[in-house]
Design a protein around this ligand. Sequence first.
Ligand code: DQQ
Length: 534
Amino acid sequence: SSKRQPYRTAYHFQPPQNWMNDPNGPMIYKGIYHLFYQYNPYEAVWGNIVWAHSTSTDLVNWAAHPPAIYPSHPYDINGCWSGSATILPGEKPAILYTGINPQNRQVQNLAMPKNLSDPFLIEWVKSPYNPILIPTFENNIDPSSFRDPTTAWLGPDGRWRMIIGSNRNGRGMALLYRSKDFIHWKKAQHPLHSSKDTGMWECPDFYPVSNSSKNGFDSSVIGSGIRHVLKASLGGTGHEYYTVGTYNPENDTYVPDKGFVDDSRGLRYDYGKFYGSKTFFDSAKNRRVLWGWISESTNATIDLTKGWSGLQAIPRKLWLDKSGKQIMQWPVKEIEKLRTNQVNLPSKVLIGGSVLEVAGVTGSQADVDILFEISDYEKADVLDPSWTNPQELCSRNGASVKGGLGPFGLMVLASKDLQEYTAVFFRIFKVQTNYVVLMCTDLSRSSLHLDYDKPTYGAFMDLDPVREKLSLRSLIDHSIVESFGGEGKACFTARVYPTMAIGDGAHLFAFNNGTENVTISSLTAWSMKKAQIN
Ligand code: DQQ
């Protein structure tokens, strides 16, 4: 079946069949991780949405359960859309989700576990107060732009807060609500934040991060040493953007350090394919963990034929960078237990124009980590001040375009003769007396198939290559490549559909297509075992 289904993955979360989109209500309860997700039980295209449910003890292996929340009442009869879990005092999980009613209006609903002593939380009971929030004319809420409630947090006045994504005349926003009892919610006068011309804010997320450690916090934690992150998924762009800022719980204001930017200058969790994401606080490991949906890059006909659509990214630990300017991400440590057959390369100079095969690993199912060193920056090309769009810069200068310093990096899911490959690489540019690192993921040669998107992704990294480590890690899994540059400073997820680089035909190469040599100071690669998933 792997011949007929070469794009199924070995260690990424996916249901056995049909359509999956956003991760919903992730949490840990009594030592068990829960993941719910938007799911169509009938076919491999979006529709008939329920909350499918799986649990795990390690975030790697997953057991499937029956859908936890599905249409049953008028207030959710046309779909149970995205939402979040909050652990209420006394270890009581609660789910807030968006229901689609018979008029196709978006309303908010509450569900609680039927039996708190069942750590798998198989059965959920919908509140008799549902719908707990409806869009009203007086409130000036568009009933088609009122969805995706967040995890709630407790304010110093003992009231709960949560935000809901919305849109008013193109101004995307996070509506703020407060409640004393988690059932009756009142809209605050002002949204927590908004930004004109950004359109509907889907799947907003809002949470505290530490300004001095990699630890995460419960959403209700406030105090000194804490900053906040606000994220929104923008349907129009298909991308997610976030800001880092200051939250004042006394008056519920959030002031981002930099304004919300929804173009190539904006901060994104991932500069490739990643959407509808959501974080949760993992109280067992004191970390904040990010889940995100990775869609297909093709059309519905192909998805229906192969019978499934959509993956979840490997859960990532997330924290604030030392600079305070951006989020860092790294695949959860647990995934490393799938590593096997370690291959180490001794320190090696990658001569300009050379390609080096990393032999001995399963090219279709691998984890690879490289550290690069540059000894001479003189050959770096000068960055033209008009090159402000990194994605464009990467598109114009794919892996085959020679530069001074770079492109150098990896060619993954590559056929032996390099007819097919996905390139993940860096280019270093000179800006006056400083250097700038551009990171790219180039899919243009990833498949001989014509029916799939093969974009090029790019981002400038806030990394000084003279002082900081220039590392690259890629998780390769048949049709997905998740890459982490600079120890998690820039992340790129790519969906690729090779025709030759499948099974034993998939190879892994390091390459340097610049004129100047670069040194690989270390390269470690592993084959990855298959996880037990659903
Ligand atoms: N997906 C859900 C919505 C959400 C969107 C519907 C984001 O609740 O806004 O499946 O991908």
